[in-house]
Design a binder for this molecule. Structure first.
Ligand code: FRU
Length: 505
């Protein structure tokens, strides 16, 4: 890549993007021998979706990524759809002559030419050189289901109590569970989904893992993540739900039946998110990354050399809330390595009666921001932050007091006309804590990610402003609020070491 490639308009400076061409789902997330691997759905010949490959990158810190050559390319069994990767520590597969190695388990998508019937089968591949080169297993596919059109995105993990691999896989409107002693022979054990959660679109990209509840390692619950594809009736497009329950190695049983619909992210642009396998035990975190896009308009977003980015990686935890156990998300701590200057203000009033200059903060071109804000609700009916990027161009992160809704309004956020559903204002329920709304907000060149203080609510949204210069204004409507504190961190681009200083006008 040349310097210019990292500085194109809209190129995220904190988020992973391919050097060029199309990206969708994260795949094969695995930690192995001191490296985090990120594979991803990749079309190397176009900036729109097409015959899928697995692109590949590695990182030592989940923040800075090194691009590697394409890992998996289509063969006679079809193109390479989403899936997972595991460390086969005990060589259960027999691929590694008694040593450990990486095995990828993924969907191959094929259209039989004469009949035009789509087939999705599951295949495996292995790598003996830390993921640098891969061999497709000679006896692929390892799992076939003739009756289903949509049968894809296997996520596999080792289940120590039964000394078996468990696969969770999307099967039309539900998920299925299979087990295997060796990653090659799979036995159906159960299914879950009918009558539970949202069925607003086809189920895709499941993940299943245990997490301590309220930090208590002796009280774990299982989290089942399921992405739901776009549907013309559904203005939100594609999005991701989760279920909390128990799993005994065979069956997933939700806490409540029927299980309610719980959204992982209330923004429009976090899809197909899954978590890393084989995180170091001494670390113990469960970290998720999603595709920061939406099938509703993914093929049309106005980027140039590349199309598609990942969300920031988030650490997941479980917390007991009044309404039940819920997933909490926090940006991974490694991101704080990008913090540079810090500025902090405390205790000031923002009122609808006057626009105070001291409530307007101008940021130079190219600035990336982490904003931590604590706003005490007063008598204002609405308040929040306006990120303005040009005259009459702004993204609003606001709070509607009586509705108790956090919202992002991107109707005037810049380029919005590439799809009718992109320009929108959308809400998420957020109760104040002790009369205060506390948010952490990451602002990149083409996204905003908003985390409530406890991590219970997240909104991830793409925006395409005409400039990366920002003026941040705090506002209140029909009353006032008190800002308890406002902290800005300017963040360094992940390309900083490769780049000359940013010089866009
Ligand atoms: C989700 C998805 C997966 C599929 C992949 C194809 O975004 O539709 O279900 O494996 O993308 O690229």
């Amino acid at each position: 890549m040349t310097t210019a490639d990292y500085q194109e308009q809209f190129r995220p400076q904190l988020h992973f993007t391919p050097a060029e061409m199309w990206l969708n789902d994260p795949n094969g997330l695995v930690f192995y021998e001191e490296e985090y691997h990120l594979f991803y759905q990749y079309h190397p010949e176009s900036t729109v979706w097409g015959p899928m490959h697995w692109g590949h990158a590695v990182s030592k810190d989940l923040v800075h990524w090194e691009h590697l050559p394409i890992a998996l390319a289509p063969d006679g069994n079809g193109t390479i759809f989403s899936g997972s990767a595991v460390v086969d520590k005990q060589d259960t597969s027999g691929f590694f002559a008694g040593e450990s190695g990486l095995v990828a388990i993924f969907t191959q998508h094929d259209k039989a030419l004469e009949t035009d019937i789509t087939r999705q089968t599951q295949s495996i591949a292995f790598s003996k050189d830390k993921g640098r080169t891969w061999t497709l297993y000679a006896n692929n596919p390892v799992l076939i289901e003739e009756r289903l059109t949509d049968f894809r995105d296997p996520k596999v993990f080792w289940h120590a109590p039964q000394q078996k691999w468990v696969m969770i896989i999307a099967a039309g409107d539900h998920v299925r569970i299979y087990t295997s002693p060796n990653l090659k022979d799979w036995t159906y054990v159960s299914e879950f989904g009918a009558g539970h959660g949202s069925h607003a679109g086809v189920w895709e990209c499941p993940d299943l893992f245990a997490l301590p509840v309220d930090g208590d390692a002796f009280a774990t619950k299982w989290v089942l993540i399921v992405s739901i594809g776009d549907h013309p009736d559904n203005k939100e497009g594609s999005r991701t739900q989760y279920f909390i329950g128990d799993f005994d190695g065979h069956t997933f049983i939700p806490e409540e039946s029927p299980a309610p619909t719980l959204w992982l992210d209330y923004g429009r642009d976090n899809y197909a998110g899954v978590t890393w396998s084989d995180f170091p035990e001494e670390d113990g975190r469960r970290v998720l990354i999603g595709w920061m896009n939406n099938w509703k308009y993914a093929n049309k977003i106005p980027t140039s050399a590349w199309r598609g980015a990942m969300t920031l990686p988030r650490e997941l935890s479980l917390s007991t809330e009044t309404e039940g156990i819920r997933v909490m998300q926090r940006p991974v701590r490694e991101l704080s390595s990008q913090r540079r200057d810090e500025e902090r203000w405390e205790s000031f009033i923002v009122s609808s009666e006057y626009e105070q200059e001291e409530n307007i903060f101008a940021m130079p071109q190219g600035e990336l921001l982490e904003i931590i804000v604590e706003l005490e609700i007063g008598d204002a009916t609405e308040f929040g932050l306006r990120l303005s990027t040009a005259d009459n161009e702004e993204t609003i992160i606001g709070y509607a007091t009586s509705e108790q809704n956090l919202f992002i309004d991107r109707t005037k956020s810049g380029t919005v006309n590439f799809h009718d559903d992109f320009a929108c204002k959308h809400n998420a329920p957020l109760k104040p804590m002790d009369g205060t709304i506390k948010l952490t907000i990451f602002v990149d060149w083409s996204s905003v990610e908003v985390f409530s203080y406890d991590g219970k609510l997240v909104m991830t949204d793409l925006v395409f402003p005409s400039s990366s210069r920002k003026e941040l204004k705090l506002y209140a409507k029909e009353g006032s609020i008190s800002v308890k504190s406002l902290t800005f961190y300017t963040l360094e681009s992940i390309y900083a070491s490769k780049l000359a200083p940013i010089s866009q006008s």
